[in-house]
Design a protein around this ligand. Structure first.
Ligand code: DX5
Ligand code: ZN
Length: 225
């Protein structure tokens, strides 16, 4: 398997909402490179997360890569909105569009990296027709919409199947995993082929230690240290 570099993303929805900027500074100190920003519409998922105004305020405050995870049904509208709010990467859900190549193209046209997210029950069949145009596949390892949910173990084999599809096509698309990512799950997912790990309440924001300490430990864990 081609060795892709390990990357760490911190899930903003798991941060201390009363001290977001403080947590962002701690993430920077802890060597995190990506901020995983969940966007929810109360429709594709029965929940809401941060809004456009907070994102507008956060953008000039940090150089962290903004990886926007759209859990919304009106994907094409959201791509427009969040491209203009400083997203570096936009990840949208396969389940929300029948015009996947069109949406992928529209994100790339805006100069953004593009990720395709798959819900736990969504099969990777057909991914080979999209993979050449993707920068990342996001494998949801929990049902999307809420933090702190139970990890779905069958997702390990799904990551392996996706890595095989990518390698079979000679691609280098990255695989990110999101939801319940921590001590027990990282080694399994890494061995199966994931290289981007979204740290949430099972790791960076567990509350068991400082955010910067937890971020450093999470990186060691994900790098196989
Ligand atoms: C779930 C979100 C995840 C979540 C990760 O809908 O997409 O990013 O916030 O947090 P944990 O790892 O605590 O589930
Ligand atoms: Zn997410």
């Amino acid at each position: 398997m081609k060795q892709l570099c390990t990357r760490i993303a911190a899930s903003l929805d798991c941060a201390d909402y009363l001290n977001v900027l403080g947590d962002i500074r701690s993430l920077e100190e802890g060597g995190v490179e990506m901020l995983h920003i969940d966007i929810m519409d109360g429709n594709f998922v029965p929940n809401y997360a941060i809004g456009t105004n907070l994102l507008k305020k956060l953008r000039p405050q940090t150089d962290l890569l903004f990886d926007v995870h759209l859990m919304v049904n009106n994907t094409e509208q959201a791509v427009e909105i969040f491209s203009n709010l400083g997203a570096d990467m936009i990840t949208f859900h396969l389940e929300t569009s029948s015009r996947l190549h069109h949406v992928i193209h529209s994100i790339k046209e805006k100069g953004k990296k593009v990720g395709l997210a798959l819900n736990p029950s969504t099969s990777p069949a057909g991914l080979e027709y999209l993979e050449p145009y993707l920068d990342l596949v996001l494998v949801m390892t929990v049902e999307p919409g809420f933090v702190g949910q139970k990890f779905i173990p069958e997702m390990v084999e799904k990551v392996r199947a996706i890595r095989e599809i990518i390698e079979h096509g000679g691609g280098t698309t990255e695989i990110a995993v999101d939801g319940g990512i921590g001590e027990k799950t990282v080694p399994l997912l890494k061995e199966a082929g994931a290289n981007i790990f979204v740290g949430g309440t099972s790791s960076i924001f567990s509350g068991r230690e400082s955010v910067s300490e937890a971020a450093r430990r999470f990186r060691q864990l994900c790098e196989g240290g």
